[in-house]
Design a protein around this ligand. Structure first.
Ligand code: FAD
Length: 572
């Protein structure tokens, strides 16, 4: 199979134009091309009057070796890489059957006859966001029968609790946008792209599993795939069923409150189990820590238990809303609304005079701003959309990068948890500025730039529920961030006309852009720097930033767990 990249065709090309483009590219006749598939389809909208589709195609040709030789110097004609996923091991290769589990007292002795006792302990995955979901799925597919512990509820019940905040101002601290089956990405735009380097093509495995679970097939070939909230809910349920059918076990409303860590004679720390909020203890030698970035209590527990943590940079800012139509027009000109282009997105960055950088983040075309708090008395914004992306407004976070030196005023001790103190401070401030009712504080962009409180909305209506309380957001972030955003908005307006329009709306506060803490691990075996058997993973540990990269990291860590189990069994 040959992979042809950078095949450009006009937006409204006929179906046959693809085959013709292949023949023209390879200088061959129709008989030389047996078949082809689209590996990737993107677009180039730099010339708005002549938007082009850009294809990567996998082509089955009659004389592949000869063509490869002819195009040896052409980087756009290469052999198609093998992107099939292969498991690193399987429990049956280690134990001559699936991972043994003692389900009753009588089975225990039988299992212990066959395998060393320590291997009868199943791997435990904490958290069922995309990272835990994929770690659990891969471990289950390899026959290791993982136990997944999730503090929140199953996704349908979780949806009701989340809407209870959005409709009735009732925050459920254990069941919300951050916590519950599917993790933080469940009520989201479901963007599925990432800029991580992925030499093993794990991202392909993530997308393929999502399609099996009900995602539209196009996600494997469009350049910026997205799923939207509604479909994600069903997909997460289907993946849960798959894990269970493979012998995995999933327990909702089971929060891990402690980790049993024991130190051996050589001074090495080992995980020996987890303790749940209900007091139950689960014995295990392998724990995947897929907590997400909002499990502050669990991170505090890890700190207390001496697990190696460090503060890491993240970003803070506001959510901005504009009419989607102005983004579509700015990006696609006369082609705005074309079905192959969908609702337009944007990505903006501005380097400010005060040394800070302001950038757009998590842009949700045709979506809504959502209340994303997980702690009482605090307000946090984020964005989501449905697959159709046909809501009236576009929204995105407009954020300022901050690093641990900015955390000092909030926790002078230099603790690795100081970034959490900063987040809590500004989330509580947002709650107060919003009137103490879970309304988000908001301000018109024109008023924010002019430095006066807003009194009334203009044409742009905010989508945040339960509501937006107009105020002056100058007090909603540190001064350097306010100054930077004030400078950046007019600069962004020069790139997208109307971006700084007077009645565009800011809502506050955007603090959960990524984890403020890294739970550092070894590169080779993915285990915590100072605790064997603990596998920090995903966004909360600082190893992912988004659904796709969290899923990819889940796969990587599941492989590391499997290899560790294999190594332990050989050592005995
Ligand atoms: P999470 O998804 O946060 O999952 C962690 C899970 O661990 C949670 O379910 C939590 O309940 C559970 N947990 C925590 N502590 C414990 C404990 N002690 N015991 C048991 N369980 C525990 N990313 C994109 O790529 N595209 C998007 O369009 C997008 N939109 C987003 C919209 C919103 C509203 C939000 C909030 C996030 C969005 N993101 C998006 C970010 C994305 O959701 C995260 O990067 C991703 O979910 C991280 O995956 P994770 O598995 O590492 O952590």
């Amino acid at each position: 199979m040959l992979r042809l990249t950078d095949i450009k065709l006009p937006l409204d090309h006929a179906e046959e134009a693809l085959a013709a483009a292949i023949r023209a590219r390879l200088h061959v006749g129709a008989q030389a091309v047996r078949s082809y598939t689209v590996f990737r389809r993107g677009h180039d909208a730099r010339k708005r009057g002549a938007i082009q589709l850009i294809y990567t195609l996998d082509v089955d040709v009659a004389d592949e070796a000869k063509l490869l030789q002819r195009f040896a110097d052409d980087p756009h004609v290469r052999p198609t890489p093998d992107t099939n996923y292969r498991f690193v091991t399987h429990a049956s290769a280690i134990f001559s059957r699936d991972f043994p589990v003692a389900e009753s007292e009588s089975q225990k002795s039988a299992i212990h006859d066959r395998t060393p006792q320590k291997h009868s302990h199943r791997p435990v995955v904490i958290g069922m966001g995309p990272c835990g979901l994929f770690a659990g799925l891969i471990l289950a597919q390899m026959g290791f029968r993982p136990i997944i512990l999730e503090r929140g509820k199953a996704v349908r019940e979780r949806t009701k609790d989340t809407w209870d905040l959005w409709r009735k101002r009732n925050l459920h601290p254990e069941s919300n946008v951050q916590f519950g089956e599917g993790g933080a990405g469940t009520f989201s735009d479901g963007k599925l792209y990432s800029q991580i380097s992925d030499p093993h093509h794990y991202g392909r495995k993530v997308l393929t599993e999502f399609v099996k679970a009900g995602a539209p097939e196009e996600i494997v070939y469009v350049s910026k795939p997205h799923i939207g909230t509604f479909r994600l809910v069903t997909m997460v349920e289907n993946m849960r069923n798959t894990i269970e059918s493979l012998g995995g076990e999933i327990r909702f409303e089971h929060r891990v409150d402690d980790i049993d860590i024991q130190t051996d004679a050589s001074g090495t720390r080992h995980v020996r189990g987890v303790v749940l909020a209900n007091g139950e203890q689960i014995r295990t030698d392998h724990v995947v820590l897929a907590l997400g970035h909002s499990a502050r209590d669990t991170v505090e527990m890890l700190h207390k238990r001496g697990v190696y943590l460090e503060a890491k940079p993240f970003s803070i800012g506001f959510r901005v809303e504009h009419p989607q139509s102005i983004i579509d027009r700015a990006r696609f000109g006369p082609q705005a609304g074309h079905p192959l282009l969908g609702a337009a997105d944007y990505k903006l960055v501005h380097h400010c005079g005060n040394g800070r950088s302001v950038y757009s983040f998590c842009m949700c075309p045709g979506g809504t701003v959502v209340a994303a708090a997980s702690e009482p008395g605090r307000v946090v914004t984020n964005g989501m959309s449905q697959y159709s992306r046909n809501e009236r407004n576009a929204n995105a976070a407009i954020v300022v990068g901050i690093d641990p030196s900015d955390f000092t005023p909030y926790d002078g001790s230099g603790s690795p948890l100081a970034g959490i103190a900063l987040q809590r401070h500004w989330e509580s401030r947002a709650f107060e500025l919003g009137g103490g009712t879970y309304d988000a504080p908001g301000q018109l962009v024109g008023d924010f730039i002019a430095g006066r409180a807003s009194q009334t909305f203009g044409e742009v209506q905010p989508s945040y529920k339960p509501g937006v309380h107009l105020t002056d957001l100058a007090q909603a972030l540190p001064d350097y961030a306010i100054e930077a955003i004030r400078e950046a908005m007019p600069a962004f307006d020069r790139k997208i006309k109307g971006f700084a329009r007077h009645d565009a709306i800011f809502t506050a506060v955007e603090t959960r852009t990524s984890s403020p803490v890294r739970v550092r691990r070894n590169d080779e075996d993915c285990q915590s720097l100072n605790t064997r058997g603990l596998f920090p993973a995903g966004e909360g540990a600082g190893y992912a930033g988004g659904i796709l990269s969290a899923g990819v990291d889940g796969i990587r860590v599941a492989e590391a767990v499997a290899l560790s189990i294999a190594a332990m069994s050989q050592a005995l």
